[in-house]
Ligand binder design. Sequence first.
Ligand code: SF4
Ligand code: SF4
Length: 371
Amino acid sequence: MQKRVLGCTGLEVSILGMGGFHFLEISAADARTILNRYLDAGGNYVETAPEYGAGESERKIGQAMASRRDEYVLATKVHLRDRDSAAQLIDQSLRHLRADHVDILFMHHVQKPTELERILSDDGALRAVEAARDAGKTRFIGISNHGHPELVLEALNHYPFDVVMSVFNYYDRFNFPVIEEELLPRLLERNIGIVGMKVIADGLLWRSAEQAFHFAWSLPIHVMVAGINTPALLEQDLAYAESFVPMPDEEMESWFAEAPELGVYICRQCDKCLPCPAGIDIPRVFETEGWYDRQMWDGVVRNPGDFWLRSSLRFWFDNQERARAAYGALVVQAPACADCGECEVRCPYRLPVTDKLRHAHYKLSGGEVLY
Ligand code: SF4
Ligand code: SF4
């Protein structure tokens, strides 16, 4: 399997990483089968977290893989925010993993300014992680977040993290364009290791998994972690890694136009609908809608499975407050639309812009359930 250097860590990692969350759904024996096959096929990046099943994922990995510990890069996470409880958590993770050290300890889903302030403080969790590094319990320190990367960008102003874990997929790139426009260049400039997650947008892109992996690996990230809970799924993901060649720009653009999950609802942030005579910054309204619910609630109920999936995923990143604050700060909001129709003629993706503006306004101005 292709390998890439994980930024300043110098670690060589396979482009397909093994995510530990989905080991909660399977037996320890099945997890062992999947992990061994993954390593035998050339995979070498395994990540987990103590929060996944209160240590269950870590325990399954430890039981299955302790004897092969020198064959893979191992990462776990710290979700507690103060030094003493974080120190205990790290020792517990090592016991569960049956390892004397991990390669990376991530500060897990740092989403709020108060959490960042807490972990950076004199008795914050980062002090425990630094002590763990000094004691040889981890080699590198990382940070992970979900959705909007504002807090990670801020964290990088305060601390020299070695590795960052963030969302990268062809769906959420239109909800959080700042990830590719600002976070990714910053990470590359500082040679920080880049671990991707949510390659199929938590399941929404399941019909287009091959394109989703190939898009993600075409970005300058180092490893894409995937949740894998059956041997068949592992073989499929290994085949995607084997067949991977970077997507040319034209292929990527045509996929953004044709992808069924983007359809005629997801704003591609191309700005071609502008200028709006009423002064509405249409792409910005739809970007804040993306922060709010990942543009998942589009007014169409396709079938019960799709309805359930979208209902489960739309608030996964918990960015609603940020979205409503950003929308509330716009000088001209959606109700200023005079229905002139110019934007719909200009939109190359045939979005029903005026209806979508009404949906976005409803969500972002206090509405909870649309249908
Ligand atoms: S239809 Fe509304 S949003 Fe579109 S250009 Fe006209 S005024 Fe602006
Ligand atoms: S033209 Fe369409 S896709 Fe492009 S920014 Fe405007 S609404 Fe979004």
